[in-house]
Design a protein around this ligand. Structure first.
Ligand code: MG
Length: 252
């Protein structure tokens, strides 16, 4: 299934997308739900597919990205948070914030939690995962370096595009992940190159904090990070999921 969220009149509704239709569902995808009316996928306005209480991100989880950042390989996952207010929709504008002179794309596989997870073992992780979507861990690289910790650099409104939907029937262990800037490939990796795989990450994070239905784990970016400028269009495509496209605009 592809679980999405769409604008429906005054409301946001969860639905199931196929190639042409979104079937609205009666409740959140984590609860018991029933199929309701169909709307056209072509005219539907997609929102980020979930509303997380938190976005837990993993830094330095691909070997080549560790090299390009000049970091040693971590011996356990390095995690940080983005606020839920950073969430951006498929097609939503990434606004370049005034204090930064360098804002980078980071294409990433996002894990969406489906069942509450606390002290989960790696072999139990799949039971707590709803599915997978595309993410862009937008980063103000200059502020990340200047501040010495990452909160400001990672947390501007709109810095967490997510979507287009959550693919629930997918093995995340070896998926192609490609980022394009204005149509040109700038990152190309495979999730099999992760230092810590998805079950390990969910297990590790669940030993720190309770993961709630709808929470999102960004699993780190492959090598090839670089800046975006006003007028650019950035796309993150993941094999078996789809693609997430966002335009970039100057600060208001
Ligand atoms: Mg990242």
């Amino acid at each position: 299934m592809r679980v999405c969220r769409v604008v429906n009149g005054e409301d946001a509704r969860y639905g199931l997308a196929d190639d042409s239709v979104v079937t609205l569902i009666s409740d959140e995808p984590f609860a018991a739900w029933e199929r309701e009316e169909d709307v056209s996928l072509r005219t539907a306005r997609l929102l980020a597919p979930v509303v997380p209480s938190k976005i837990v991100c993993v830094g330095i989880n691909y070997r080549k990205h560790a090299e390009e950042m000049g970091h040693a390989l971590p011996d356990e996952p390095v995690i940080f948070l983005k606020p839920s207010t950073a969430i951006n929709s498929p097609g939503g504008t990434i606004q370049l914030p005034q204090p930064s002179m360098r804002v980078d794309y980071e294409g990433e596989l996002a894990v969406v939690i489906g069942r509450r997870a606390r002290h989960v073992r790696p072999e139990e992780a799949a039971h707590h995962i709803l599915g997978y979507t595309c993410a862009n861990d937008v980063t103000a690289r200059d502020l990340q370096r200047k501040d010495g910790q990452w909160t400001r650099a990672k947390s501007f409104d709109g810095f967490s595009p997510l979507g287009p939907w959550v693919e629930t029937d997918l093995d995340p262990s070896d998926l192609g992940i490609v980022t394009r800037l204005n149509g040109e490939v700038v990152q190309s990796g495979r999730t099999s190159d992760m230092i810590f795989d998805v079950p390990t990450l969910v297990s590790f994070i669940s030993g720190v904090m309770t993961l709630l239905p709808g929470d999102v784990v960004l699993t780190g970016t492959p090598s090839g990070i670089g800046p975006m400028h006003s007028g650019d269009v950035v796309e993150v495509e993941i094999e078996g999921v789809g693609s997430l496209t966002n335009p970039v605009a100057p600060a208001l």
